[in-house]
Ligand binder design. Structure first.
Ligand code: CAA
Length: 263
């Protein structure tokens, strides 16, 4: 991904196996204009295809993860242009094709589409500087990139209704207490470092198991408990067809460190 030239994002590989994407549109507080989303798509697709990358961290700046979809770009849309081009549809691609774990490290504003993008992470980390919210109601619209669905799943109906109907912000403390994020760090740097450390840890496991683990947890979002548990068990059975299952369990029995083959 490093060889690609992007205008609105920065990409690097700061740890072995870990892809790192920083939204980089500081003057607009990382407002998510279509060209930025297309670059993000391209970078994530490159990481998905790159077998040397096992996990991805996505962050913004200290001031803003992202202040939302680009309001200036949206303001003149009509129903037929939005519907005709399926505006925002390219956003939902982001999470459906990425089979590798995505950790979002959220500092500063994560509003509207910024909150929605943050919630597309498999694991969310934030710092005390983070401010979440779905302020679309103040613009005369509603969330359009999954906010009403993912926020409700994450924090429950009553809290999500309150946030979406009032446009009130959600503090980092609330985000932590309500389980919107997995961890709240004291500083933005600690948040990004923490995300990179977790990604590196994940990258150190069998990538077959990591992929299956993400797949089964995600299934819980779509399936009822009985079907979900059955799906998990089938995939669990499937793991016994991998080399890494033999390697992992043999290493345990012999008190040795497992050397994964990703096979
Ligand atoms: N779109 C376009 N430009 C944006 C933007 C956005 N979402 N958010 C901020 N900017 C721009 C501002 O227009 C400003 O640009 P100029 O310097 O050219 O005027 C620059 O970023 C800095 O912003 P502010 O001067 O407003 O900074 P602030 O510190 O005073 O306020 C803020 C920060 C509270 C985040 C404020 O910028 C704000 O309220 N932003 C909009 C938040 C919002 O409503 N997001 C939801 C968008 S709708 C959406 O996302 C739909 C969806 O569901 C997909």
């Amino acid at each position: 991904a490093e060889s690609m030239q992007y205008e609105h994002i920065l990409v690097s590989t700061p740890k072995p196996g870990v892809g790192f994407i920083q939204l980089n549109r500081p003057k607009a507080l990382n407002a998510l204009c279509t060209p930025l989303i297309l670059e993000l798509n391209a970078a994530l697709r490159t990481y998905q295809a790159d077998t040397s990358i096992s996990a991805v961290v996505l962050t913004g700046s200290e001031r803003a993860f992202a202040a939302g979809a680009d309001i200036k770009e949206m303001k003149d849309l009509t129903f037929s242009t939005a519907y005709g081009a399926d505006f925002i549809e390219s956003w939902s691609d982001l999470v459906t094709f990425l089979k590798k774990p995505l950790i979002t490290a959220i500092n500063g504003y994560a509003l509207g589409g910024g909150c929605e993008l943050a919630m597309m992470g498999d694991i969310l980390y934030c710092s005390t500087s983070a401010v979440f919210g779905q302020p679309e109601i103040k613009l005369g619209v509603i969330p359009g990139a999954g906010g009403s669905q993912r926020l409700t799943k994450a924090i429950g109906k009553s809290r999500a209704m309150e946030a979406i109907l009032t446009g009130n912000n959600i503090s980092s403390k609330q985000a932590g207490d309500w389980g919107l994020v997995a961890k709240v760090f004291d500083t933005p740097q600690e948040c990004v470092d923490g995300a990179l450390a977790t990604a590196e840890k994940i990258a150190g496991y069998s990538q077959i198991a990591v992929k299956a683990a993400k797949e089964v947890v995600n299934k819980s979002q779509d399936l009822g408990i009985r079907e979900g548990v059955e799906f998990e068990r089938r995939l669990f059975h499937g793991m016994f067809g991998s080399k890494d299952q033999k390697i992992g369990m043999t290493a345990f029995a012999e008190k040795k460190k497992a050397e994964w083959t990703n096979e």
